[in-house]
Design a binder for this molecule. Structure first.
Ligand SMILES: Nc1ncnc2c1ncn2[C@@H]1O[C@H](COP(=O)(O)OP(=O)(O)OP(=O)(O)O)[C@@H](O)[C@H]1O
Ligand SMILES: [Mg+2]
Length: 502
């Protein structure tokens, strides 16, 4: 491994008001997994887009196998054997697995007709090579996120690439899916493919990567062998300071029952769900992806109809049959999918932040702009949203910063019951602490939170009580101060079929 596959030297890339990359250099080798970490907006995705020809840097040099080169566009990058799986997947949902894999390079028979037989066969083999048993004739939208991710990988490797870039590939995968992905990535490495792996989850960096690089504010901070780092050292390099408390949990005195859910059932999805929630409490929902948590929450929020069940707010039965009714009843739902449900991408950060609470800012017939600007400035500061201005469009923010806007939007509403579905997905370690502090603030105001999370440390770190779901059933309910409040017990309940009543 004498010569790097690709060498980037003194790369600078600017956007209006932001220096996204400032004189960054990095060497990437074949057969090596290189982790790239950094806070939201540090420049990771921008760096990747320079590598794949999406962005042209203002300054700097790219040297491929010893020769200086200009990467023109993504197609050119693929010709240069550089493949990429972006932060937001770009499969075409209605097309089959095979069609997605061979998009742009379909195999044809001598007659000129498409050779589906061979393509399906090849797709099946390639997936098998990665340990995946997926039917290639299925439309992509029928697959879970984990399998969709695998198809993206196969798509990249059919093009014979030598360098695979993965931008937060595990952020929407379950634990089992992550394990499969890790295995698949290792297989690629053993075949001599180099991998650049971006993640906010440090445990993945330690498990998978040979080397790690930290970016901060568009600058290269450090590169080294993973074995030379500790968790704390990485965090320190990322945020430029020490984080003393990753989970700043405050236990508040529980108030009255604010919500009671009785016998909630949606046939085939979840059944006979019973639980209550008190003021001052965070109720965590744990379970594997697909356990029915998101669906249950959509039922409570009136986004999907239910077949049976009752809902009580402050002791009174209410009928919530639409999200509008839920908001009127002072629910707030922070969805797991910020792109389609949480944000208006082509609107400004300011508009997104005040959209749920316009009436708070009314002055006669008009809106009180001074008040709005003050509130929005406060949001941007307290959530550390990295943006040149409140007028910047949401789509121009980095992935994690978009998530912070979604959180901020709901914090401005005057809700009483907050439902957070994967609230810190894609958010860096420093900003996570800010989100947790905001949760504390919500509880301090005598309100309550339901938090769905696939990250067990977060569930254990912040919940007062945890409900574990499996296949649409509740399999355990564990209080914070009980002996069972452990990672092992929660995992066990997530897999426990015997706890499911007939
Ligand atoms: N198309 C764009 N137009 C304007 N600014 C942009 C654009 N893309 C990125 N930026 C800005 O460049 C900076 C770096 O963003 P980038 O997406 O590279 O961050 P990141 O490290 O990938 O963050 P995250 O962890 O949140 O995904 C941010 O301040 C971002 O707002
Ligand atoms: Mg990014």
């Amino acid at each position: 491994m004498t010569q790097p596959f690709i060498k980037l030297e003194n790369i600078t890339k600017k956007f209006p008001g932001v220096v996204a990359l400032n004189n960054v250099s990095l060497d990437l080798y074949q057969g090596e997994i290189h982790g790239l970490i950094g806070e939201n907006g540090a420049g990771k995705s921008t760096f990747i887009k320079v590598l794949t020809g999406v962005h042209t840097p203002e300054k700097g040099e790219i040297i491929l196998k010893g020769n200086p080169i200009k990467i023109e566009n993504t197609k050119h990058a693929i010709d240069l054997e550089i493949g990429c799986i972006y932060q937001e997947l770009n499969n075409i949902p209605q097309l089959s697995v095979t069609d997605n894999i061979f998009l742009g390079c379909q195999l044809k028979k001598k007659s000129g007709l498409l050779d589906y037989e061979t393509m399906h066969k090849k797709a099946r083999e390639l997936l098998k090579d990665l340990g995946q048993d997926i039917d290639p004739t299925l439309p992509i939208e029928k697959l879970g996120m984990g399998h969709q991710q695998m198809v993206e990988i196969v798509k990249a490797i059919t093009k014979d690439i030598k360098m695979l870039i993965m931008d937060e590939p595990t952020s929407s995968l379950s634990e089992t899916e992550v394990k499969e992905l890790v295995d698949a990535v290792r297989k690629l490495k053993n075949k001599g493919v180099g991998i650049l792996f971006v993640s906010h989850k440090l445990e993945e960096i330690f498990e998978l990567c040979d080397k790690v690089t930290v970016f901060r504010d568009g600058q290269h901070v450090i590169t080294g062998n993973v074995s030379d780092f500790t968790n704390d050292l990485l965090i320190q390099n990322m945020v430029g300071r020490e984080i003393t408390q990753q989970f700043p949990k405050i236990e508040f005195k529980k108030g009255e029952e604010i919500l009671k859910v009785e016998n909630f059932t949606r046939y085939g999805v979840y059944r006979k769900i019973n639980f209550s929630l008190s003021r001052g409490e965070i109720l965590g929902f744990s379970g594997l992806v697909g356990a029915g948590r998101t669906e249950l929450i959509r039922g409570i929020f009136g986004a999907d109809p239910i077949d049976e069940g009752k809902l009580y707010l402050n002791g009174k039965e209410v009928n919530i049959n639409s999200p509008e009714a839920a908001v009127r009843n002072r629910f707030a739902l922070l969805t797991e999918d910020r792109k389609t449900q949480g944000l208006v991408l082509n609107a400004s950060i300011l508009s997104n932040l005040i959209i749920t609470c316009l009436c708070k800012f009314k002055k006669g017939l008009f809106l009180d702009n001074t008040k709005i600007c003050k509130a929005v400035d406060h949001n941007i500061k307290s959530l550390q949203i990295k943006t040149p201005s409140p007028d910047t469009l949401a789509e121009q923010l980095s992935g994690g910063n978009q998530q912070k806007v979604v959180v901020g939007k709901w914090l401005n509403s005057d809700a009483e019951i907050y439902i957070f579905d994967e609230p810190t997905r894609g958010i860096d370690v420093g900003a996570k602490v800010e989100v947790y502090n905001l949760m504390n603030k919500i509880l301090e105001e005598n309100k309550a939170i339901i938090m769905i999370s696939s990250e067990l440390p977060e569930i254990l770190g912040m919940s007062d009580r945890v409900i574990v779901m499996r296949n649409g059933n509740i399999t355990a309910e564990i209080k914070r101060n009980s002996k069972q409040f452990t990672q092992e017990d929660i995992m066990h309940a997530s897999w426990d079929d015997s706890a499911i009543k007939e």
